[in-house]
Design a protein around this ligand. Structure first.
Ligand SMILES: NC(=O)c1ccc[n+]([C@@H]2O[C@H](COP(=O)([O-])OP(=O)(O)OC[C@H]3O[C@@H](n4cnc5c(N)ncnc54)[C@H](OP(=O)(O)O)[C@@H]3O)[C@@H](O)[C@H]2O)c1
Length: 247
């Protein structure tokens, strides 16, 4: 769904074969069928719950069984919880860390070596503007996205000269079911909410230019840059104000 689906549509349009991963088998099958017919590409469906610690390994094995040589990995699945840190149900707490942190790092760790061996490949890690600072009301989520950004930055440098590229995409607010799933009332958000296509377009442009971090919109860029001009306390309070988790 959401941003991941937009990536799948774009890559299918460009003639790339795909492996789609999520929990909702029916939605994945419907999308796969549509993309096969519309674009003539091969689409494999891998139904996995990334909050299961062994799921990344199973996805890697699935690709091996299907002889799918992964040239481009998009770590996009992610979730949030809107509210005070001390109120996060423990199940949700673990799910957020498992999907946003462990699965992203583990899938990267699994697919990277063969890309390096082939001297080509790309990884797009979907972080967030929220990962630039702690966001009050989205504390755990913003911390997981900071993890993705710092991991990606380190790998970007490690991978220099290998032929493999890695980028962290840092969208602001994007129109998907993400907020509803997190219990975050999108009507309260005090910044424009963009479409998913903007993220995909910016990610592919940034990947081509071998950028480290990509901020999809002008406002995202201004907010990221302006962090250098004000105190950390103000940055954090403003992030909370824009996200407006409590209205
Ligand atoms: N929307 C925004 O404003 C925004 C802003 C910045 C960054 N992001 C990031 O963008 C990424 C995509 O978010 P989105 O806006 O596209 O949200 P979305 O519409 O809710 O889509 C999330 C996707 O992740 C999958 N997913 C969630 N939990 C999973 C699990 N346990 N196992 C496997 N797949 C799982 C979902 O599929 P199933 O439910 O079928 O598993 C769904 O396809 C996330 O990493 C998010 O943090 C979003």
């Amino acid at each position: 769904m959401g941003i991941g689906e937009a990536f799948a549509r774009e890559f299918a349009c460009k003639g790339h074969n795909l492996v789609l991963v999520a929990r909702s088998g029916d939605k994945l099958q419907a999308l796969a069928e549509e993309l096969r017919h519309a674009s003539g590409v091969e689409v494999e469906v891998c139904i996995e719950d990334l909050s299961d610690v062994d799921s990344s390994g199973r996805i890697y094995e699935f690709c091996g069984r299907k002889h799918a040589c992964v040239d481009l990995l998009v770590n996009c699945a992610g979730l949030s919880y809107a509210g005070d840190f001390s109120d996060i149900p423990f199940e949700k707490f673990e799910e957020i860390i498992m999907v946003n942190v462990i699965a992203t790092a583990k899938l990267t760790r699994l697919f990277l070596p063969s890309m390096v061996a082939r001297k080509q490949g790309s990884i797009i890690n979907i972080a967030s503007l929220g990962g630039l600072q702690g966001v009050p009301g989205l504390g755990l989520y913003s911390a997981t996205k900071s993890f993705i950004m710092t991991l990606t930055e380190a790998l970007h440098e490690e991978l220099k000269g290998t032929g493999v590229k890695i980028v962290a995409v840092c969208p602001g607010f994007i129109n998907t079911s993400f907020f509803k799933n997190a219990g975050h009332d999108a009507a309260n958000i005090r910044l424009p909410i963009s479409g998913t296509d903007i993220v995909v377009k910016a990610a592919l442009k940034g990947l081509k230019k071998n950028r480290i971090r990509i901020f999809p919109t002008l406002i995202d860029n201004i907010l990221a840059f302006s962090q250098r001009l004000v105190s950390r306390g103000i940055v954090i309070r403003l992030a909370g104000f824009f996200a407006a988790v409590k209205g």
